[in-house]
Design a protein around this ligand. Structure first.
Ligand code: B12
Length: 476
C-alpha cells in the first residue's frame, strides 16, 4: 500500500515575524538562504517509515515546513496515495487540522491518521476536537500504524481489535510500549535530505547533522513535561552501529542524542564512549543531561569520545520553583554540574522557563542572573507553556491566565500566572537573550580558540548574534 507521511504545513514565512522577513538579506550575507529558525525532521515519522517499508508498504514524505497543502494534494493525486499519516505537537495542532482539511476537501476518500505529542497527550479528546482525522494513534506508533495500513490494504476501514488506535467506532486498549528498542530498525533517513535541515545556530557545530533517539521515556516527573515514564534504553553497540551507518550512508559529521536524559544510566554512557574509542569512530556529538547526573571522570571520558556540548534543563534560578516543578534538583547541584562540565571542556547549554506559577518579575530576573552566574556557553529562555498531558496543564487549564493550547506559538506567551503580568512576562522573555548574550564578558569569551575553531563557527556565531540582536529567539 502507498502511504504519505507528513508533518503539518507550517510554511516558514508564516511564522517568521515581519521584521525578520525584512532583514532576510542579512542572513544570506551570513552564508546561505537556509532559514535561521532551526528545523528538524519529525523523527517519529522516520521510524514509522522504517516499519512500513519492512512490512512491504511504499512510503513517501512531505515536511510541512517546506510544503503547503496544495503540493501535498498534488503529490497524493499524482501517486494515487489513499493513506496519510500526520504528526503534530500541540502548538502545531491547528496547522495539522488545516492541512488535513485541505487534503479532505480535495481528496475526500483519503484515510488520514494522526499521531504525535498532542495525540499522546489528549487521545480521544484530540480526535473529538478534529473529526477531519479518521483515526488517532497514541503511544509508540510503529506496530499500530503497520497493523492499520495492513488492514486498509485488505480493503476494510474497520480497525476494531487494533491496540493503540482510536476511531469514532473503536477505542483500542493502550498498546504496550516497545520494550526491545535495540531490535528496532534505524530511523529511515532516506526519506529526507539532511542538507535541508539545520538546527538553530547555538545547537550544532558540524554539518551534516542529524539526531539519534537513544532511548524513549524518562523516569522523572517534571510538571511541565509530558513523556513516557517507562524508560527504554538502547545499548552502546546499537548507538555506535547507527553512527557508523550514518557516517557511511550520509557522511554525517555530528549527531545529537534526543534522549530526554542521555546520562540517565552512567554505565551505558561509559560503555558507549569506550566503544567509540575502541572502534576508532570519530564523531562530534551532543546530548541532554541532568546537572546531578554527571561526574568529572564521566565528563572527561565523554569529551575524549567527541562530546562537545551538553544541554541541561535548568529551568529556574529559584529553588522554590525547582521544588514546585518536581525537578528533584538543587541550585547547588546545578552549580556543581555546570562547573565540572565547563572544566571538562564540554560546552554547556541551559534551558530556562520564565513565568512559572509562583514566580514574580523579580524571580524571573533572578533566573537570568543565575544563567549569567553559571557562565553557560548557551542559554534559551522560554515563557512557561502548559502543554497538554502535563501536570502543569492540569493545574492551570481553568485559570483565566491560560489562553488555551490553540494560541500556542513559538513567539508569544500562552499562559500568564496570577503572580506576574503579561507585560512583565513578555519583557522578561524579550530581554532574556540580550541580557545573557550581549554582555562584554560573554562576547569576549567567544573569541577564544576553543570556541572559534573554524569558519563554520564564525558563521554560526554570526547567525546566532543576528538572531539575538533581532530579538528573534525561540519564545515557547
Ligand atoms: C526531539 C525533540 C525536539 C527536537 C526536534 C523536534 C522535531 N523533530 O521537530 C527539538 C530540540 C528541535 C525540539 C524542540 C522543541 N520541542 Co521538542 N521534543 C523532542 C523530544 C525530546 C523527542 C521527540 C522525538 O523525536 N521522539 C522520538 C520519536 C520516535 O517519538 P515521537 O516523535 O513521539 O513519535 C512516536 C509517536 O509519538 C508516534 N507518532 C508520532 N507521530 C505520528 C504520526 C502517526 C500518523 C502515527 C500513526 C504515529 C505517530 O509514533 C512515533 C514512533 O513511535 C520530545 C520528548 C519525547 N520524549 O517525545 C520533545 C517534545 C516533542 N518537544 C516539545 C516541545 C514543547 C518543544 C519546543 C516547543 C520546546 C521549546 N521550548 O523550544 C521546541 C519546538 C521546536 C519546533 N521544532 O517546533 C514537547 C511537545 C509537547 C506537546 N504537547 O506538543 C515534547 C513532547 C517535550 C515534552 N516532554 O513536553 N524538540
Amino acid at each position: 500500500m502507498k502511504v504519505l507521511l507528513a508533518s503539518p504545513s507550517v510554511p516558514l514565512h508564516t511564522i517568521l515575524p515581519e521584521r525578520y522577513r525584512r532583514r532576510h538579506k542579512l542572513w544570506s550575507w551570513l552564508g546561505d538562504e537556509k532559514p535561521i529558525l532551526g528545523v528538524q525532521p519529525p523523527y517519529g515519522l522516520l521510524y514509522l517509515s522504517a516499519y512500513l517499508k519492512r512490512a512491504g508498504h511504499e512510503v513517501s514524505f512531505r515536511d510541512g515546513f517546506f510544503h503547503d497543502p496544495a503540493t501535498m494534494v498534488e503529490h497524493l493525486r499524482r501517486e494515487d496515495i489513499r493513506v496519510v499519516g500526520m504528526t503534530a505537537v500541540s502548538y502545531h495542532w491547528d496547522k495539522a487540522v488545516a492541512t488535513a482539511t485541505a487534503i479532505r476537501q480535495a481528496l475526500p476518500d483519503t484515510f488520514i491518521v494522526v499521531g504525535g505529542a498532542h495525540a499522546n497527550a489528549l487521545g480521544a479528546a484530540a480526535l473529538a476536537s478534529a473529526p477531519v482525522f479518521d483515526a488517532l494513534v497514541h503511544g509508540d506508533g510503529e506496530e499500530t500504524f503497520v497493523e492499520i495500513v495492513d488492514r486498509l490494504a485488505q480493503g476494510t476501514r474497520d480497525l476494531s481489535g487494533i491496540h493503540g488506535v482510536i476511531t469514532p467506532e473503536w477505542t483500542g486498549p493502550e498498546r504496550a510500549p516497545i520494550r526491545e528498542i535495540d531490535d528496532m530498525p534505524f530511523a529511515d533517513r532516506s526519506l529526507i535530505d539532511l542538507n535541508d535541515y539545520r538546527p538553530s545556530p547555538f545547537y550544532y557545530r558540524k554539518l551534516p547533522f542529524t539526531a539519534i533517539i537513544g532511548s524513549r521515556g524518562c523516569p522523572y516527573k517534571c510538571t511541565f513535561c509530558h513523556t513516557e515514564v517507562l524508560t527504554r534504553i538502547r545499548s552502546p553497540e546499537s548507538l555506535v552501529d547507527e553512527i557508523v551507518h550514518l557516517q557511511q550512508q550520509y557522511g554525517v559529521r555530528e549527531v545529537v542524542f534526543y534522549d530526554d536524559t542521555f546520562t540517565l544510566k552512567k554505565r551505558r554512557v561509559v560503555e558507549f564512549c569506550e566503544l567509540l574509542l575502541r572502534r576508532g569512530v570519530v564523531i562530534s556529538w551532543s546530548a541532554n543531561a541532568r546537572a546531578d547526573s554527571v561526574t568529572p571522570e564521566l565528563l572527561r571520558l565523554m569529551r575524549r569520545a567527541g562530546c562537545w556540548r551538553l544541554l541541561f534543563g535548568i529551568e529556574s534560578g529559584n529553588q522554590k520553583t525547582l521544588d514546585r516543578m518536581q525537578k528533584k534538583e538543587t541550585l547547588g547541584e546545578i552549580r556543581h554540574g555546570i562547573r565540572i562540565t565547563r572544566e571538562s571542556g564540554i560546552d554547556t547549554y541551559g534551558m530556562f522557563i520564565l513565568g512559572y506559577p509562583g514566580e514574580s518579575y523579580e524571580d524571573g530576573l533572578r533566573t537570568i542572573a543565575f544563567a549569567q552566574e553559571l557562565e553557560l556557553d548557551y542559554a534559551n529562555f522560554c515563557a512557561v507553556t502548559p502543554f497538554p498531558g502535563t501536570a502543569l496543564f492540569r493545574e492551570v487549564k481553568d485559570e483565566p491566565g491560560f489562553l488555551g493550547y490553540e494560541t500556542m506559538s513559538m513567539f508569544d506567551v500562552s499562559y500568564v500566572s496570577p503572580d506576574i503580568t503579561r507585560a512583565e512576562l513578555q519583557r522578561l522573555v524579550a530581554e532574556s537573550a540580550r541580557r545573557f548574550y550581549l554582555r562584554p564578558k560573554y562576547l569576549l569569551s567567544r573569541l577564544s580558540p576553543s570556541k572559534l575553531s573554524d569558519w563554520e563557527d564564525v558563521r554560526r556565531y554570526g547567525r546566532g548574534f543576528a538572531m539575538v540582536v533581532n530579538d528573534f529567539t525561540m519564545r515557547v
